[in-house]
Design a protein around this ligand. Structure first.
Ligand code: AHR
Length: 503
């Protein structure tokens, strides 16, 4: 089948905020312990951090990492993670029913962020705690010195403040599972007052208020409206989360789920506009999509662990989804959606980064490897920076169980003005037919294909593992060509690909 697409250099969506390629690390399962931190590991650095994992994260070029949770943050005392390690308390983590040793806290995480070259995005606890603990944490992290908390940071070995710009006002406060869950009124008031206190410390900080945990929540989208009524003037972003799963083993339905993501973004940007108009405000609030990924493979196994009376294990294997080739397509589709909605989605975090629903897997004492979904995330993060083009695509469609008119070819394109490149990301959702894509690139002058990477596999359920680390991996594409500004490329059935064009 054929797909005809058009893009023009001056017909753009928005400059993409690099932070849309962010990630998330929570004190959950083996994300921190035996994920990024394993002092006995053969590759451990002086901070006890796994150098093999550092290398993989550096390869991804992650611009920002959200920390320390997640559900975990809603009963977390940040002070437990500072000071001499041997004096730090072991706590019961109520979110995941595990023991938290606190060997890793903000100092260790900050050092790790330096090692991988990323920024911190920190969350404060608005579940079991509130404004006071939050403002102390901000002072500890960002104040140069001469106050109780900043001097304590110095005493604990960090002279300079970290100057963290991005702060999350709690996590998923709409969820009844959250420790200290609140209704929208209660949370909106608390978030506004906390934001006010943080802003009194430093007006330039960027604050993220909790939106809905997902678009199936009964309180959605009233939650967003109420919370923004209270906080609009004090915050910069509203946080959304969404996880994807192929629970019915229905690939056509699964691969149409980014339509739901698009609807979610569209509806919340409408709520933002509504509140902006109501408040006669000139200020904008954007979306921070700070948890997204495929999450369903490990659900049944985790239910047994979490519901069984297993005591309070330290860093058990939880949420360890093993991703397959089908999930590559899904992650490619999600990232395409963020690129196309880069006018409103300014921050996004793949959840999570290591071991826990993650692109990187590790074995305790053993190797680290790339899961299948590592690759679409890698390509988007590395080459999806610049300006999103408004690509119009005319191609045959199908009706999934939930959505009508889903195009077989899902395409996004990014113009990097500095590098002089145009990068096209495309997914073919068709099970058996190739799509011959013709993209008319107007206003770019002469371009040629400088890179072409394809991911396809005979088995949708193929996975990577310790013994077969490269079972699902990109291969150099063939046959893409440009003539008179027209890119012609064939997208094989069920495939993900990236084509880069330059001079
Ligand atoms: O990422 C796993 C969990 O999913 C997070 O802790 C929570 O915020 C969300 O429900």
């Amino acid at each position: 089948m054929k797909a005809a697409a058009v893009a023009h250099k001056d017909f753009t969506v928005s400059k993409i905020d690099d932070r849309v390629y962010g990630a998330f690390l929570e004190h959950l399962g083996r994300a921190i312990y035996s994920g990024i931190y394993e002092p006995d590991h053969p590759t451990a650095d002086a901070n006890g951090m796994r150098a093999d994992v550092i290398e993989l994260v550096k390869e991804l070029d992650v611009p920002v990492v959200r920390y320390p949770g997640g559900n975990f943050v809603s009963a977390y005392n940040w002070e437990d993670g500072i000071g001499p390690k041997e004096e730090r308390p072991v706590r019961l983590d109520l979110a995941w029913h595990t023991s938290e040793s606190n060997e890793v806290g903000v100092h260790e995480f900050a050092d790790w962020c330096d090692s991988v070259g990323t920024e911190m995005m920190l969350a404060v606890n608005l579940g079991s705690r509130g404004l006071d603990a939050a403002r102390n944490f901000v002072e500890y992290v960002n104040h140069p010195g001469g106050s109780y908390w900043s001097d304590l940071r110095k005493k604990n070995g960090r002279e300079e403040p970290w100057n963290v710009k991005l702060w999350c006002l709690g996590n998923e406060m709409d969820g009844p599972w959250q420790i200290g869950h609140k209704d929208a009124e209660e949370y909106g008031k608390l978030a506004a007052e906390t934001a006010k206190a943080i802003r009194a410390f430093d007006r330039s900080l960027e604050l993220v208020v909790c939106g809905s945990s997902n678009s199936d929540m009964p309180s959605y989208p009233d939650w967003e409206a109420t919370v923004l009524e209270h906080t609009y003037d004090e915050v910069d972003y509203i946080s959304l989360h969404m996880y994807f799963g192929n629970r019915d083993n229905n690939t056509a339905k699964y691969l149409a789920l980014n339509e739901k993501l698009d609807d979610y973004i569209e509806a919340v940007s409408g709520v933002i506009k509504f509140i902006k108009a109501k408040r006669r405000s000139t200020k904008d609030v954007y979306i921070s999509f700070d948890e997204w990924n495929v999450w369903y493979h490990s659900n049944a196994q985790d239910r047994k662990i979490l519901e069984g009376n297993d005591g309070w294990p330290h860093a058990p294997a939880l949420l360890e989804d093993i991703y397959n080739f089908e999930d590559v397509l899904q992650v490619g589709l999600i990232l395409n959606t963020f690129i196309r909605r880069s006018d409103v989605v300014k921050i996004a975090c793949i959840a999570q980064l290591v071991n826990v629903i993650a692109p990187i897997m590790t074995e305790k004492g053993g190797p680290a490897w790339r899961q299948t979904i590592y690759y679409p995330y890698y390509f988007a993060s590395r080459f999806g920076r610049g300006t999103a083009l408004n690509v119009s695509v005319d191609c045959p469609t199908y009706d999934s169980e939930d959505y009508k008119g889903v195009p077989y070819a899902d395409v996004s394109a990014v113009h990097d003005e500095e590098a002089g490149t145009v990068t096209v990301f495309a997914v073919n959702r068709h099970a058996s037919e190739a799509v011959d894509l013709e993209l008319d690139l107007q206003g770019f002058g002469d371009l040629k294909v400088i890179d072409h990477q394809v991911m396809t596999h005979a088995d949708l359920k193929a996975v990577n593992s310790k013994s077969k680390m490269d079972e699902v991996a990109p291969k150099k594409g063939e046959g893409a060509s440009v003539s008179d500004g027209n890119l012609a490329v064939s997208l094989p059935a069920y495939s993900y690909q990236m084509v880069r064009l330059g001079r």
